[in-house]
Ligand binder design. Structure first.
Ligand SMILES: Cc1cc2nc3c(=O)[nH]c(=O)nc-3n(C[C@H](O)[C@H](O)[C@H](O)COP(=O)(O)OP(=O)(O)OC[C@H]3O[C@@H](n4cnc5c(N)ncnc54)[C@H](O)[C@@H]3O)c2cc1C
Length: 258
């Protein structure tokens, strides 16, 4: 293992944070239990005082096909997984296109788009050197209860990459803001849309400093340039407060605040 300085104002998708020492884990290392693991930082909001951090090194960025099983390392970026699936005519990973992150982040978040979620196509996850079957992992909408750090996952190979599905899913993203964000700030409450609730309490387009509830999609907290953690946290707390007061609904963050 070795330390690397990562500047979260550049590395994180929301471009908030500061240079921070991150412990890089290599294949032969025993994974520490006293550090928070980050993936591609596409779902993170890093405070000025984050917990000690670690990250899987490129040793964990691989794809191996063993007959009808695909073994993918947890540090593998989603874009490269989609390219592999396309090249080898494999179905199931189309939804990972434009869903920025690593496989590990997808597993921990049960990331997905519409009815497509990573757990739908998952076979098992490697944690602490043991393969755990999907049926033994509690999971649901944007959550999975992993018993440790995922180092790899297995998927059954199904034939037939669908360019059509990929194009349809990419089209769905046309209403997403282009400014830096961490994706959806809140999970959708059952039977409702966080974006609609934020809009109905009058926060769509509202700014604090350089952070803003996007006027393109209200559940996206966007950074207009140089936004800070404090500004982001202010808007998150404000939305929770207003939605609770008006609708009696407690919004739950999807973005992980460190
Ligand atoms: C523009 C944009 C659009 C997005 N659209 C979507 C969308 O449509 N659907 C969706 O679901 N998400 C979406 N997201 C959020 C993000 O893409 C996903 O949550 C993604 O899975 C995050 O992966 P990551 O590697 O960046 O994880 P990080 O943000 O680094 O971490 C997220 C969580 O995963 C955990 N984690 C990471 N790796 C591991 C591992 N190996 N083992 C255990 N835990 C791990 C971290 O501890 C953390 O709790 C979007 C984000 C952006 C910026």
């Amino acid at each position: 293992m070795f330390f690397k300085t990562i500047d979260f104002s550049k590395y994180s998708s929301i471009k908030v944070g500061q240079p921070t020492e991150v412990l890089m884990i290599e294949k032969a290392d025993k994974i520490p239990t006293d550090r928070y693991l980050i993936g591609g930082a596409n779902n993170l909001l890093v405070s000025p005082n984050p917990p000690p951090l670690m990250m899987l090194s490129k040793d964990f960025a691989y794809i191996e096909q063993k007959e009808t099983i695909l073994v993918i390392g947890a540090a593998m970026p989603t874009g490269r997984i989609v390219s592999y699936a396309k090249k080898h005519d494999i179905s199931g990973f189309e939804f990972c296109s434009k869903l920025p992150g690593t496989l590990g982040g997808m597993l921990a978040m049960n990331a997905g788009v519409k009815e497509y979620e990573i757990f739908n196509i998952l076979h098992s996850i490697e944690i602490d050197g043991e393969w755990i079957l999907k049926k033994n992992i509690e999971h649901g909408y944007r959550f999975a209860k992993l018993s440790g750090i995922a180092t790899a996952a297995k998927f059954k190979v199904l034939e037939g990459f669908s360019q059509n599905l990929l194009d349809t899913l990419i089209n769905l993203r046309s209403n997403q803001p282009h400014s830096p964000s961490a994706g959806s700030a809140f999970k959708n409450p059952k039977g409702n849309h966080a974006g609609r609730l934020i809009e109905e309490v009058g926060l769509k387009g509202v700014k604090k400093g350089s952070m803003q509830w996007s006027n393109v999609h209200a559940n996206f907290l966007v950074n207009l340039g140089g936004g800070t953690f404090e500004e982001a946290k202010f808007l998150i707390d404000l939305a929770k407060e207003k939605v609770l007061a008006k609708f009696g609904i407690t919004l739950q963050e999807e973005v992980k605040i460190l």
